[in-house]
Design a protein around this ligand. Structure first.
Ligand code: UD1
Length: 353
């Protein structure tokens, strides 16, 4: 089978790595990078860390308003699909690259397979929620990470082509954790001691594009008295500068460039707690057994909330502070997110869906 895989943003490089390994054993895969993420620290390093084959196409769409970025992806992916004429188009997650890729394929009547289908935050102000909804409704194969996702699709009337396979980010973590712990020297480079620091990431528009929210998060973590390592997404750095917050960052916040996959896993694995608005990192924190504070009002990964392993605080500095000082006594259950999703995806594709 000829399969075109479309990726473009950081989490998609991680998700496609274990699946590509499986698919390439039996199928021809054409890898398309939309160019949504283009900085070497947001893109190239992931291909290197995760041994992902070089993309066959880089569409170079770059940044822009949502409509323009998605439109460019749609037009450019269409050209590739007309040339390659694949049997299947594979898309991942919930970014503008997911939506543009899925729409281009569906309009050419090429079957779409969506990995991480059925995730819902039920918050339509998030661009990702729109991307998820539309992509799922034009997909023929819907690979779900959790039972919650299967139920979400069912309540929208989507039951055909739905497969509960587990989560591919868990596969990536299991494949790479040992290497990360052995190879990465990020703790030594930053002079950090095990469990004596926090890790912070912020990139959602709801937090970055609002001075008050960004300031409230910074203010809450400034009181910890412990280092807070903050690998900063380019959009967040831009806003920190624009709001004048960069110059007045509290001393305990250690602002660094975005990290590659292996360094990020090592940094997370030794953190006291993780504060983030990323979807993937909530799951990774859970798998690594590190308590997570999610700087959002909702989450698609509801299983992580059991026993307070993940606490939703939004950008409310009081709630963040209470979550920081709260201790957790309950053992966590890793089996919410079993491994083996990539193999199951390959099996379903082999059987023709
Ligand atoms: C995107 C996804 C989000 C995902 C995140 C992971 C959408 C709608 N959002 O958000 O779901 O969790 O990626 O990081 O697709 N920029 C750079 N260099 C880069 C990439 C981005 O400077 O390599 C800056 C640009 O100023 C750009 C901004 O970041 O305007 C936003 O980038 P974009 O890819 O549109 O969305 P993300 O915020 O990264």
């Amino acid at each position: 089978m000829k399969i075109v895989t479309i990726v473009g943003a950081r989490p998609q490089f991680i998700k496609c790595a274990p699946v590509s390994r499986e698919l390439r054993q039996e199928h021809q895969e054409i890898l398309v990078h939309t160019g949504q993420h283009y900085d070497p620290a947001m893109s190239d390093i992931f291909f290197k860390d995760l041994n992902i084959p070089r993309p066959d196409y880089n569409l170079g769409v770059g940044s822009g308003l949502h409509g323009k970025q998605t439109g460019k992806i749609l037009a450019k992916v269409e050209e590739v699909l007309l040339k390659e004429r694949p049997n299947l188009v594979l898309v991942y997650g919930d970014t503008n690259s997911t939506l543009g890729g899925a729409l281009a394929a569906a309009k050419l009547h090429i079957p779409v397979a969506h990995v991480e289908a059925g995730m819902r935050s039920f918050d339509r102000t998030m661009p990702e929620e729109i991307n998820r909804l539309v992509t799922d409704h034009v997909s023929e194969l819907l690979f779900c990470s959790t039972e919650t996702a299967v139920k979400n699709l069912g309540s929208e009337g989507i039951t055909k082509g739905v497969h509960l396979v587990g989560d591919v980010m868990v596969d990536a973590l299991v494949l790479n954790k040992e290497v990360a712990l052995k190879k990465s020297s990020i703790l030594e480079t930053l002079g950090l001691a095990e469990k004596k620091y926090y890790t912070l990431t912020i990139h959602r528009p709801g937090n970055t594009d609002n001075r008050q929210n960004l300031s409230a998060i910074i203010q809450a973590v400034s009181k910890t008295g412990m280092p807070v390592v903050f690998p900063v997404h380019p959009r967040t750095r831009k806003y920190l500068k624009e709001y004048g917050l960069l110059k007045i960052l509290p001393e305990n916040i250690c602002l660094i460039d975005p990290l590659g996959y292996l360094d990020m896993i090592r940094l997370m694995a030794s953190s006291k707690k993780i504060l983030t608005d990323s979807g993937g990192m909530q799951k990774e924190a859970y798998m690594l057994g590190i308590p997570c504070i999610t700087l959002r009002e909702n989450t698609e990964w509801v299983e992580t909330l059991y026993d307070n392993w993940n606490i939703l605080t939004g950008s409310d500095s009081k709630k963040i502070w209470y979550a920081l000082i709260k201790s957790i006594h309950v053992k966590h259950q890793r089996d919410f997110y079993p491994t083996g999703a990539a193999k199951k995806i390959r099996d379903v594709i082999n059987q023709g869906g």
